[in-house]
Structure formats: C-alpha cells, structure tokens
Design a protein around this ligand. Structure first.
Ligand code: FRU
Length: 493
C-alpha cells in the first residue's frame, strides 16, 4: 500500500500532459465542443456526478499516448457540462490490485458519502494467469485529491465468475443503503450483479439483476441502473453482442427481493461510436447520459479508433443526453438543453418544398447544429437523403427509407479512413412528422431522429474547410415545415 506511489505517478502523468499539451492541442482533428482529454487516450466516462455545485467528469485515461494502456482516471469540472476545467488526475495505478504495468484503475462511478466524494472502481492486475479484477474504493475530502481505501478490494469475483470478467461498478443510494451493479460473466453469459452496503466498505451480494441468454453477449461492460419516471432502466455495453453497443432494458424493480423484470429492450444509439454510457442525476432531477464516442474492435464491423493518434490523442465523449420515458415505456435520448448556449448565427427557413430528385442546400461547414421538421403526410417521397460533410469527393450519407422503415448511416466515403453502414429500424407508423436533429463537430456527426429514438453517433474524419451539406428528396416530393441551424461556439482546446 503506498499513498506516495500514487502521488508520484500522478505527478509524472501531469508532467507528461504539460510537455505535450501545446502540440496536441494544435491538432487539426481536435473537436470544438465535445469533451476531450487535454492529451492522450480517453475511453469510458467514469464517476459522473454533480458534487458541491459542479459537474465532475472522470474518465479512463492514458496520458502517455494516443492508445489504450495502463489506466488512470482523468478529471475535469464544469458548471454547465460544456465549458470545462481540467483538474489533476484523480487515480493512478499504484497498488498490487491495480498495478501500473499490467492493468490499472478501470471504470467505475462516484457518490457523496459522509461529506466526501467516494469513487468505486475496478482494480485490475495481472496475477500471472491473466487479469484479476475486483472493486475498490477511493475517497476525497476536497473532491480533487483522492486516497485509496486501505482495505481494498471491497468486492471480489464470486465462484463461477471469471476474475477477468468482473468489473465496472456503478453506485447509487436508496434510503440508507448503497447499491452497486457490476458487469460479470457466468457460464459464458453476461450478467449484471447487484450488491449492497451501508458503509461503502462491506458489501453483500443481493441478486443477479438481469442475464443474457446469448442475445446480449457473454459480458456486460459498464452496466448502469436507475429510475426514470415510474420505471427502472438497466443499460450496458455487451461484449459479444453482435452489432449492439449500448442496450437498455426498461422494467420494474423490487428493492426487497432485488428482482428486476423488464418488458422493453432498446438501443440507446445505433451508430458505430457510442459505448459505455454512464448516467448521473443533474440537480434539477434530469437523468443524463454520457457515452464514449468510440467502441472496441471486438465489434463485428470494421473498427479502429481513427487517425487522431497521429496527433497524440484519441477519444472524446458524445454530447450529454437526457433519458426520458416515452408513453410506451421506451426511452428517448435528448441532447441536454445546456448545448443551446453554444448556438450563434441562427438561420431559419419555413415551408420548403423539394421536388422529386431535387436537393436543398443546408448550412455549410463542419461545426454546426441543424434541426428540421419533415411533414410526412404532405410528402410523397419514399426516401430522404442527407448528404453531409461533402468536400473534395468525400460524402457522408444518411438515408431515411420510409418504405422499408429503416435508416442508414453510411460512412464508406466519408473521409478515406472510416468504413461501414450503420442501420436501424425506423418506426413512423401513424406519425405526422419526422424530426431530424444534427450535431456536427470536427470529427463527429450525431444524428437524432424520430423523437430521439433513432440516434446515430459516428465519427468521420473530414476536416476540409469547404464542406457542404444538403437534403435530397427521392421517389417523390418532400415537404419540410422548418429548418433551423446554428454555428456552435468552440469551448474545447
Ligand atoms: C469499457 C471498458 C471497461 C473497462 C475499461 C477499461 O470500454 O472495457 O469494461 O473497465 O473499458 O479501460
């Protein structure tokens, strides 16, 4: 156990950041308004919490290169989830159970307890036979400097759960009891395991909240469990879950038995670049989700992490979204209202008719927000195509196929780097309108549609200056009631 070693490693990492910051931040791929680390590699959002008047984001972090390696926890604070101040790293590998060279401080979450900020994370080390993972505690008086609990780890893998598939504790409090859900695997099937404690240090197994029967893979990473409206939601990122990166289940939960019965399953995002979302409660009661805008290469489609490593960094978070329960108990994921503060130079048009096979030019550029409302009753088109981020032969195509009831995000010609077509079912039955809401940043497109239920987050690496965007009517005319768009303020470096 060495408090000094963690301090030493944090200082070493800070020096590394300091030395590289200026060069990295000149990179042409840096995002304008999506949360990124100062330098280096970032993956999962960790420990998201509103604590003592500020939003805290922690993140899986390797300050030493643009690739995943020994995991530290980065840390930043904000008053609005948009403008960020970086703080010193919160956690660095320093103990046998989260050893530097062989593992690290894997994902976890945060909670306030006894006036202190507590983190629960997965210590990962190599015991000679592969990774051993167990859940560990760290705490802080000031919310900046953390100390690891000397009795770590506090939850170890039970019989039958492989020690390398037991991680990502998400914590919450109900009445006077703390609860944690952990991702696990048993007999080759993924599980979400529920534990409880009254003091944060002694944990007791309650139940398996839910289990895959194969359809959602052999391991659930970053499970999260929370109430929305009068329902409970379990969400997770499945390993071995085919094309699914972020699944949610909605159902009822009984604290007495620890049983969760779900009746609804859905996808938070259908794009290639949305993974390991974590939720937290905003002070006004909104349930907000933040995801890692990438995914691992065990996804069955072509996958890498893009060319940003050439600039000494990789990874950012998707824009924060609010989870809202729809009438049929499915979920909508709506970009948080704080993002509207970024808007400038509004353009607006109403009552637009696009004749069959014609196009309408939209706001040009690559950093913008555009909203449009299509009147389905008045339109005769059977397909709506968005040609976005077009320049010098590059083009990203989003197709809403109204006849086939499917939507597609095609990035095969986006940038000479990315590949793949993401798709999702598009249920417009009985609907009068199709609303499309686009957030575009230097290297990403987030397309929300159909009441924020058909969402695609995909990274594309076209940063040319002269990019154009347009919408096209196919197989008939298109009636657009309104188009509104904005430039967006740059908040990141
Ligand atoms: C998910 C994940 C977690 C793990 C972390 C390691 O992206 O694989 O399961 O804790 O990343 O960085």
């Amino acid at each position: 156990m060495s408090k000094e070693l963690m301090i030493e490693r944090i200082e070493k990492a800070q020096k590394e950041i300091e030395a590289k910051r200026e060069t990295v931040q000149q990179g042409k791929f840096r995002q304008d308004y999506h949360f990124m680390a100062e330098t280096g590699w970032i993956n999962d959002p960790n420990g998201l919490i509103y604590f003592k008047g500020k939003y805290h984001f922690f993140y899986q972090y390797n300050p030493y290169s643009g690739f995943w390696d020994c995991m530290h926890w980065g840390h930043a604070v904000s008053e609005d989830m948009i403008h960020w101040e970086y703080l010193p790293l919160a956690l660095a590998p320093s103990e046998v159970y989260d050893d530097h060279l062989k593992g690290g401080c894997f994902s976890g979450s945060a909670i306030e307890h006894d006036g202190k900020l507590f983190l629960i994370y997965t210590g990962t080390c190599n015991n000679g036979n592969g990774f051993e993972q167990a859940q560990c505690i760290a705490y802080s008086e000031d919310g900046i400097h953390f100390e690891k609990y000397e009795g770590n780890p506090v939850i170890t893998a039970p019989e039958g759960v492989p020690t390398d598939l037991f991680r990502d504790p998400k914590i919450w409090k109900h009445d006077d009891t703390y609860y944690v859900v952990c991702g696990a695997s048993k007999n080759g099937f993924a599980q979400a395991r529920l534990y409880k404690s009254t003091d944060m240090f002694h944990w007791e197994f309650v139940n398996v909240l839910a289990e895959s029967r194969g359809e959602w893979g052999y391991m659930w990473e970053c499970p999260d469990f929370y109430p929305v409206g009068d329902k409970y939601v379990l969400m997770f990122s499945p390993m071995g879950g085919k094309e699914r990166t972020s699944v949610y289940l909605v159902g009822d939960f009984d604290y007495d038995t620890g049983k969760f019965f779900y009746t609804i399953s859905g996808e938070i995002d259908w794009g290639f670049d949305y993974y390991a979302p974590q939720s937290f409660l905003a002070p006004d009661g909104r349930r907000i989700l933040v995801g890692w805008a990438n995914a691992w290469d065990w996804m069955p489609f072509w996958k890498d992490w893009g060319p940003t490593y050439q600039e000494g960094w990789c990874g950012f978070f998707n824009i924060p979204r609010e989870a809202v329960l729809a009438e049929d108990n499915t979920l909508k994921f709506i970009p948080v209202k704080e993002l509207q503060d970024l808007r400038k130079n509004k353009q607006e048009e109403a009552d637009i008719l696009i004749k069959e096979d014609e196009k309408k030019e939209l706001r040009s550029g690559c950093v913008y927000e555009t909203e449009m409302r299509i009147n389905l009753k008045k339109s005769t088109a059977d397909k709506i195509r968005l040609n976005l981020r077009m320049s010098q032969g590059k083009k990203t195509e989003i197709l809403f196929d109204l006849k086939r009831a499917e939507a597609y995000f095609d990035r095969n010609n986006s940038d000479g780097w990315s590949k793949g077509v993401a798709r999702c079912p598009l249920n417009l039955m009985g609907k009068e309108h199709l609303d499309i809401h686009i957030y575009s940043d230097k290297i990403s497109l987030e397309i929300f549609s159909n009441d924020y239920q058909n969402n695609f987050s995909c990274n594309i690496y076209n940063v040319d200056d002269d990019q154009k965007n347009e919408v096209k009517a196919i197989g008939g005319d298109l009636v657009i009631e309104s188009i509104r768009s904005w430039e967006l303020e740059k908040t990141m470096k």
